[in-house]
Design a protein around this ligand. Sequence first.
Ligand SMILES: [Zn+2]
Length: 112
Amino acid sequence: MSPPSRKSKTSSPEPENLYTESLLQKNGIRGQKALEAIQEDRVKQYRDFTVVVGYNDEYIVEDGMCTCKGSEYNIKSDTNKKCWHLLAVDIAERTGSIDYHDMWYSEVRDLL
Ligand SMILES: [Zn+2]
């Protein structure tokens, strides 16, 4: 007798999940921070800039550069080591989860 054919669950992982998983493996705590920021809508696209809201400050991410101190030396020493703000923007763009604001960041920042 052959064993009853089990219904295999068609649980092929979403490409997004695969991407975030490998991202967490590669980037550890930075990947985690990046994902948290996305989940909490802290990656914001303004008309002029993309901004990541950190714990103490906001950082402008533009053309693979970030205004935080972490990226200044990271970019020069190792291009694979992005700060988590860059990671967050990268993921948010891929997954379409950027929080879009139809405003100019330069004006918004003056209000803060
Ligand atoms: Zn940064």
